[in-house]
Design a protein around this ligand. Structure first.
Ligand SMILES: [Zn+2]
Length: 125
């Protein structure tokens, strides 16, 4: 029997970036199916601006998956209203978590970050 947990652990960063790009359109479609409009936020945070992985520079977490191109921030709108609370993202975030064992939703973070959707890599989310 295939151990998918073990398989995920062996995935390279490039393989995870490809998986993220494969899953991202499904996330966008799901958000629209739930009736939201979306405006894109950060996907890649360039280490030249935000510091290398583990280094704190500019804004955001020093170990952010944005630095690895494994995260996106999505801004939700409903009827033209910007939904800024983490709870507004819960349905979409919980759906995202079910798409792959590496999928992480920022609503679970110690400091909740509801609009953050990512794949885990070496404990970065
Ligand atoms: Zn984020």
């Amino acid at each position: 029997m295939t151990d998918f947990r073990d398989q995920s652990k062996r995935m390279s960063l490039g393989q995870k970036q490809e998986l993220f790009m494969r899953l991202l359109p499904l996330l966008l479609i799901k958000a629209h199916q739930l009736g939201y409009d979306l405006r894109g936020g950060d996907l890649f945070r360039d280490p030249r601006v935000h510091g290398a992985a583990g280094e704190s520079l500019g804004y955001g977490h020093r170990n952010s998956c944005h630095k690895l191109k494994l995260a996106i921030d999505l801004n939700l709108f409903l009827g033209g209203i910007f939904l800024q609370e983490t709870e507004n993202h819960r349905e979409l975030g919980e759906w995202w978590e079910q798409q792959h064992e590496l999928c992480r939703w920022g609503g679970r973070f110690k400091r909740p970050d509801g609009n953050h959707y990512s794949l885990e890599h070496n404990k970065s989310m």
